[in-house]
Ligand binder design. Structure first.
Ligand SMILES: [Zn+2]
Length: 442
């Protein structure tokens, strides 16, 4: 690390603070000595950074422990993120519930509050009111402000301004969600919105089945198909940030079946709930009925009910064709499966692998690494928390006046004013979430 003056010095220090915090968040308690190795900083420089983070109630230090493996045992303080005070607020907007949980730096998830989501298709106002009430309640009860807020949305979220471009089941189009919430709640912290499947991918990458895999794809299948693609340890965002990874709408097969998106031949028309119902010979309408009918089929298949199992495995050829296409495009080290896809992996793995091999007999890196998701229903919640942590770190300031709360404007997603949108991630940031960062603050 070089030392300089003025802006450079501030920038370098911010980078170092962020690097230390991210390391503690992802890897857990770490000795000062190790932090020195990671940052390349001297012992005293590390001590100085830790002192600032400690004063800001972001980290704490505990017992002196002996570092072995050196010529002389050298004591080093163990530094840990303060999960008790340094927390983000994670929210998941579902189509029948909304969830909220406080998640500490380091990834510990607190109690999950769940409220019904009584949405009116096409009218976001009632949902916004419920969401505002949920947020206000959580903020009021916590006694300590969040470092940032992350919100997972079942739809396409534009990363440049945090707006929901399309949430098909809720009937939302061009809803400026981040702006609306900022207007309604009074909190001095970054607020970040993103697609729930992208967030799940992020969480599986950092905390679940994708740990140690910097190239991975998450694919979840229920009423629709959602996915997220991690490339080089980062969520793929695309040229229109936030819109990449819409795997459910890639075209597979003859392109004939109409999709709610207006297109034809989308993958999810051939593998998700409605396809399973077609194969089962039943017609189910309405989100709630479809959800419970699918859950029923999965449960019956788990009990080895032949008809239910057959209806599910009937989507296997189209499932395999989609996976083969993604393998060809992205060459992931691991593919993580949720919902119907995880069920098929569990109960028809051999057929699935045979079908994938039929499309892709030559794969550059040996056997395809297919595994079930580890985080289950908490995937998108944990991902929302990771996105929030990332937003906080991206807007981290330095200096004696910088408090955890003093990150105002740094993570504004709303695009107010004409400030710079230059995203200067101070450290490797895996989040591809809806945050625009103008790091103009000191
Ligand atoms: Zn579609």
């Amino acid at each position: 690390m070089t030392s300089g003056s003025g802006r450079d010095t501030v920038s370098v220090r911010r980078h170092n603070l962020s690097t230390v915090l991210r390391h503690l968040h992802v890897n857990g308690p770490t000795t000062r000595t190790q932090l020195g190795k990671i940052t390349g900083l001297t012992r005293s420089a590390v001590g100085d950074l830790v002192a600032e983070l400690s004063a800001r109630e972001l980290v704490s230090e505990s017992d002196v422990i002996a570092e072995f493996g050196r010529t002389r045992g050298r004591p080093s303080l163990l530094v840990a993120a303060r999960a008790d005070l340094a927390r983000v607020l994670a929210i998941v907007i579902g189509d029948d519930t909304m969830q909220a949980a406080w998640v500490g730096l380091g990834g510990s998830v607190g109690a999950v509050a769940e409220v019904p989501h009584d949405y009116v298709p096409g009218d976001p106002e009632p949902s916004l009111d419920q969401l505002t009430a949920l947020l206000r309640g959580q903020l009021r009860d916590s006694g300590h402000p969040p470092l940032a807020i992350g919100i997972a949305v079942p739809g396409l979220v534009r990363a440049t301004d945090g707006a929901v471009a399309l949430a098909p089941r809720l009937g939302w189009r061009e809803l400026p969600l981040a702006d609306e919430l900022r207007r309604r709640i009074d909190v001095d912290a970054p607020l970040v919105t993103g697609n729930d499947s992208n967030f799940t991918a992020l969480a599986e990458h950092l905390r679940g089945a994708g740990r140690e895999h910097d190239h991975m794809i998450y694919l979840g299948c229920g009423l629709g198909v959602g996915g997220g693609i991690i490339v080089d340890g980062r969520l793929l965002q695309g040229g229109h940030p936030g819109y990449a990874g819409e795997v459910g709408h890639m075209v597979i097969g003859d392109g004939a079946l109409p999709c709610y998106c207006g297109g034809h031949g989308c993958w999810e028309t051939q593998v998700a709930a409605d396809a399973v119902f077609r194969h089962a010979g039943v017609t189910v309408t309405g989100a709630h009925a479809r959800k419970s009918a699918l859950a029923d089929l999965l449960a019956r298949s788990e009990r080895n009910d032949t008809a239910a199992r057959d209806a599910l495995t009937a989507v296997l050829p189209a499932f395999a064709a989609g996976v083969a296409t993604l393998l060809s495009l992205f060459n992931p080290g691991r593919v993580i499966l949720g919902g119907v896809f995880a069920h098929l992996l569990q109960h028809a793995e051999s057929d699935l692998r045979t079908a994938i091999a039929y499309h892709r007999p030559v794969l550059s890196n040996g056997p395809v690494d297919l595994v079930p998701a580890e985080l289950g229903v908490q995937g998108s919640l944990r991902g929302a928390a990771e996105a929030a942590v990332d937003a906080f770190l991206a807007g981290l300031r330095t200096g004696s006046t910088a408090t955890p709360q003093a990150v105002r404007d740094a993570g504004s997603v709303a695009g107010r004013g004409s400030g710079s949108r230059t995203s200067r991630m101070p450290t490797r940031s895996p989040t591809g979430s809806a945050i625009s960062t103008s790091n103009t603050g000191r």
